[in-house]
Design a protein around this ligand. Structure first.
Ligand code: HEC
Ligand code: HEC
Length: 379
């Protein structure tokens, strides 16, 4: 790499080459991916999950390459160059404006670097746990239950807030330090260079081990992809998809989609099945044998007995007369972000027609990966 501070460059250039090309590309790519992940995680609704997952994974992949580069990169990329001791941090804080100028990361900046890297890894790990528990996909799906979903989601969110806080501190730190040292540190991260001044704390140059870095990084990323794929393929205990009893399909889908048994608790099904002659204003009566057969199948697979995130929500339904889910506060809370007029589109026609927007509605999963709100036809 031509960016490695060659002895001549260091001697005759009037600027230090501090940040090598890898560090610069890494830094700005991380800014982009972390911003995308934070925005899609905090501000956009669940149907943006793919973007969130992609940007988050990309940030973790970047960080893992940065960690390798921290051991194999040139002078100022090395962790050993800027790993701060407690005394260094304290004296940096004490010195105010008078301290010597660090060419690489100053002790506080270094702490920030390590905190950011660790937090992004933690977000990746808790994110995979959220996927595996609540959403039942990814490498941990076979190991976690939906009941653990809220715990991991909370932890992931907390880490997200912590990252947001660190990013704000980091930007503030860069502005303050830029003023104090009268140099634009953000620009230095783009050009890689800082002007030379008397008394600079210059580190002894170290060469980059490019081949080693490439080998380690490819090994790491290939290993990660293989492990993730292998784990993701482990069988799951899904709600009884495809086992929808024949008679249920025959009798209960004439007027609407097949509502999965896990969309209500057992008592709600009994309530509904006991008064089919007055079924949401329709007569859906069935011969007694068929009615009991369907009822016992519904009760057996009802919300309380299914390990999925929505089933856990529906298990909390408390009805005295059968209600359509969109009339319940649980459903309304889930759909609060959606404009009313979206439900009025012709392809949807009823809020109870879940399958118009949730491609997997009949499986009971309601995965964010399967949400797509139909567009209004343009004619
Ligand atoms: C004659 C037509 C008809 C038949 C047959 C019928 N339903 Fe319904 N069902 C309705 C209507 C109308 C609604 C109101 C929902 C809507 O506005 O789309 C409804 C609503 C429901 C809901 C609530 C949907 C929600 O949003 O929570 C469930 C559950 C349901 N039906 C189950 C069944 C079951 C089980 C059977 C078979 C025993 C059945 N239905 C047979 C017409 C029918
Ligand atoms: C107009 C399209 C539309 C219809 C119809 C609809 N939903 Fe949704 N649903 C969405 C969208 C969009 C989200 C994501 C909302 C968010 O994250 O703020 C969502 C979220 C959900 C979630 C949470 C998913 C998660 O893991 O975060 C569940 C569960 C759910 N819907 C169930 C239902 C059920 C049950 C019905 C039918 C009774 C239904 N939805 C009808 C669009 C729809």
């Amino acid at each position: 790499m031509s960016d490695i501070p060659a002895p001549f460059e260091g001697l005759y250039d009037d600027r230090h080459l501090v940040w090598d090309r890898f560090i610069r590309v890494f830094h700005w790519a991380l800014v982009a991916s972390v911003t995308t992940a934070l925005v899609s995680g905090f501000l956009l609704d669940a149907s943006w999950i793919r973007l969130h997952l992609m940007s988050g994974s990309f940030a973790v992949a970047l960080v893992s390459t940065r960690i390798v580069w921290g051991f194999t990169g040139p002078t100022y990329a090395r962790f050993s160059q800027f790993f701060p001791s407690a005394e260094q941090v304290v004296s940096h804080l004490r010195a105010g404006t008078s301290h010597a100028r660090h060419i690489g990361h100053n002790p506080l900046g270094a702490l920030m670097v390590f905190a950011l890297l660790l937090l992004i890894i933690a977000l990746g790990l808790t994110g995979v746990a959220v996927l595996g528990s609540g959403l039942k996909t990814g490498p941990l799906a076979a190991f976690l239950s939906a009941a653990q979903g809220p715990f991991w989601t909370e932890l992931h969110e907390l880490a997200g807030f912590a990252l947001l806080g660190l990013v704000v501190l980091h930007v503030a730190g860069v502005i303050i330090e830029s003023r104090r040292s009268r140099e634009n540190l953000a620009r230095a991260m783009a050009t890689g260079r800082k002007e030379k001044r008397d008394g600079d704390l210059v580190a002894p140059p170290k060469p980059a081990h490019l081949m080693l870095a490439v080998l380690l990084i490819s090994g790491l990323e290939i290993g990660a992809v293989v492990t993730i794929n292998a784990l993701s393929q482990r069988p799951l205990t899904l709600p009884p998809v495809g086992t929808i009893a024949q008679v249920y399909g025959d009798e209960c889908t004439a007027c609407h989609m097949a509502y999965h048994p896990s969309t209500r608790p057992a008592v709600s099904w009994q309530l509904m099945m006991n008064r089919l002659s007055d079924h949401f204003g329709e007569d859906a009566s069935l011969p007694e044998g068929t009615r009991t057969e369907i009822t016992s199948w519904l009760v057996q697979h009802a919300a309380g007995s299914t390990d999925s995130k929505p089933a856990m929500l529906w298990a909390g339904l408390q009805e005295t007369t059968p209600m359509a889910l969109p009339d319940t506060s649980i459903w309304q809370a889930l759909h609060a972000s959606i404009d009313d007029d979206r439900f009025k589109r012709r392809a949807i026609y009823s809020r109870s027609n879940c399958i118009a927007c949730h491609k997997d509605a009949e499986t009971g999963w309601f995965s964010p990966f399967q949400i797509s709100i139909p567009k209004e036809p343009s004619q």
